[in-house]
Design a protein around this ligand. Structure first.
Ligand code: NAD
Length: 249
């Protein structure tokens, strides 16, 4: 489905990003794994190339414009363009607003929102030249409704939502689509940190979803691949919930 497509996935050394990069590679894409975590990123790319997939690790701190620009350049030089950009990297901070130092607020915004602006900015230049492209941003149900206790994180995801719609509006004339996925709690290393690795707690959280289970990285990756594929060629500016029904009730 993605034969010869050049796909960048940010934050792909772990969790949802890693699963997404794997599924793109399994469907024939040339995949760039971008992450600040060099040991896990490198090991993951080795596991992909060992299986015969085309993959490359680029170490990037996506809060830095120079790194985002270099990521796009290396991708285009190696794989001949940027067909798909998945903006996935993010962090979570649970400190309440009245205790949150300004530098932590700034770090959260830079990692979760500014990184998506910077990667999109540089990838768009290539996509505009090519007159085609797909951007999929990993948002959250917390971009739609306020998840208690993580106000600053929710705020960044609200920004991701509007960035997505704005990209869709401005770049449709170039045949570039932009959409986002909105997961509820997904069982990843990020969740192990924020919710804890306790199975009872995870079971309680799972009950918040009508489908009665936590999401998996595969659930989210499947939605991302759909939004990146030609199967969604008339879909842009959409926010696809991958939440077991969490926002339906
Ligand atoms: N896990 C959940 O419950 C959940 C729910 C809704 C949305 N999301 C979103 O899904 C996405 C992926 O989350 P995950 O659970 O897979 O997280 P994760 O912590 O497993 O992976 C995030 C990756 O981003 C990388 N990263 C962080 N800061 C970076 C930076 N400055 N530069 C480059 N890479 C950086 C990390 O090294 C890590 O590999 C995030 O956007 C997150 O907000 C997750």
């Amino acid at each position: 489905m993605f034969e010869n497509k050049s796909v960048v996935v940010t934050g792909a050394a772990s969790g949802i990003g890693r699963q997404t990069a794997l599924e793109f590679a399994q469907r024939g894409a040339k995949v760039v794994v971008a992450d600040i975590d060099e040991p896990n990123g490198t090991a993951f790319v080795e596991s992909l190339t060992d299986k015969g997939h085309e993959a490359l690790f680029v170490r990037a701190d996506l809060t830095r414009e120079a790194d985002c620009e270099r990521l796009v350049e290396v991708t285009a030089d190696t794989f001949g363009g940027v067909d798909v950009l998945v903006n996935n990297a993010a962090i979570e901070i649970t400190t309440p607003i009245h205790e949150l130092p300004l530098h932590e607020w700034d770090r959260l915004l830079a990692t979760n929102l500014t990184s998506m602006f910077l990667c999109s900015k540089h990838a768009l230049r290539r996509m505009i030249e090519a007159r085609q492209g797909a951007i999929v941003n990993v948002c959250s149900v917390s971009g739609l409704v306020a998840w208690p206790g993580i106000a600053a994180y929710n705020t960044t995801k609200g920004g991701v939502m509007m960035l997505t719609k704005s990209l869709a509006a401005d770049y449709a004339p170039y045949n570039i689509r932009a959409n986002c996925v909105c997961p509820s709690i997904i069982d990843t290393p990020m969740t192990d940190v924020s919710v804890g690795n306790d199975l009872d707690v995870k079971e309680q959280k799972a009950k918040l979803n009508p489908l009665g289970r936590l999401g998996t990285p595969e659930d989210v990756a499947n939605a991302i691949l759909f939004l990146a594929s030609d199967d969604s060629s008339f879909i842009t500016g959409a926010a696809l919930t991958v939440d077991g029904g969490y926002t339906a009730v």
